[in-house]
Design a protein around this ligand. Structure first.
Ligand SMILES: Nc1ncnc2c1ncn2[C@@H]1O[C@H](COP(=O)(O)OP(=O)(O)OP(=O)(O)O)[C@@H](O)[C@H]1O
Length: 244
């Protein structure tokens, strides 16, 4: 009998304490769910958690494994297991043309020149964007640049994709088009958002506050409780959270 497959996502008692400041505390999440949402107020730790799941931030305590790989320590395994899409495509893009940008991650994974070329062509073809290959990225719109980032991630065929508010700053049609692309993907999506509607139909939602999980469960009840509390807080006049 073969050993049981490792969970898609396994965070065990994870904490992150830069300069002894608890940004994340005691986060545990073990799941094979395909659609996971993360909600929470500004500064609650969502982006830090996203970066940790993607292996870009190492925990000070606990372990983060994606498909069995310790993503902070094994970067090559991390690249194959998990991809991340940031809110602002300009924080992700480093190359001047679309094909160079998509090729980068594939090269990092150790693929040879022919494999990289074939994968870049295949992903552009899949999205009907073969004509973008040599396009200058800075001449594309923000939505188009976000699509380049998504294609770069998908070309690497990760099992898990972390999305950190991927629609912020995009117009309604672009948001809906990209959301449909994401919905159609047979991969695990971990979506961070301030918009509960984006998590409609999700399997599981984590609500984090001050770096801790305050609720973790099916989307319906967690989002209802979260929305209610956000409305209550928004109804008050206390701006102390925003004081510098
Ligand atoms: N390396 C670090 N050193 C010190 N503080 C940090 C570090 N990383 C994150 N923080 C702090 O941790 C808190 C959580 O930040 P994070 O960006 O994860 O929150 P967030 O929930 O994504 O916020 P937002 O919704 O506003 O994007 C912030 O106060 C941030 O300044």
């Amino acid at each position: 009998m073969s050993p049981p497959a490792a969970p898609l996502i396994a965070l065990r008692d994870v904490s992150y304490l830069p300069d002894d400041k608890p940004v994340l505390s005691g986060i545990t999440l073990e799941t094979d769910a395909k659609r996971i949402g993360i909600v929470g107020r500004n500064g609650s730790g969502k982006t830090t958690l996203a970066r940790m799941i993607a292996g870009l931030v190492a925990p000070d305590k606990g372990t983060v494994r994606i498909c069995g790989a310790d993503v902070a320590r094994n970067r090559k395994a991390a690249l194959a297991a998990v991809g991340i899409l940031f809110q602002n495509p300009d924080h992700q893009i480093i190359f001047p043309t679309v094909e160079e940008e998509i090729a980068f991650g594939l090269t990092q994974m150790g693929k040879n020149t022919a494999e990289v070329k074939a994968s870049v062509a295949a992903i552009l073809q899949r999205f009907g964007k073969a004509h973008w290959a040599e396009a200058a990225i800075h001449q594309l719109s923000q939505g188009q640049r976000q699509l380049v980032c998504l294609m770069s991630v998908l070309a690497m065929a990760p099992r898990v994709i972390v999305l950190d508010e991927p629609f912020a700053g995009l117009d309604i049609p672009t948001t809906r088009q990209l959301a449909r692309v994401l919905d159609s993907l047979d991969v695990c999506l971990v979506m961070i958002t301030h918009d509960p509607a984006m998590l409609d139909g999700y399997d599981r939602v984590l609500w984090i506050d001050a770096g801790r999980i305050v609720q973790d469960g099916p989307a319906g009840p967690v989002l209802a409780a979260f929305t209610e509390q956000m409305k209550q807080l928004g109804g008050g006049d206390d701006l102390s959270d925003l004081s510098g």
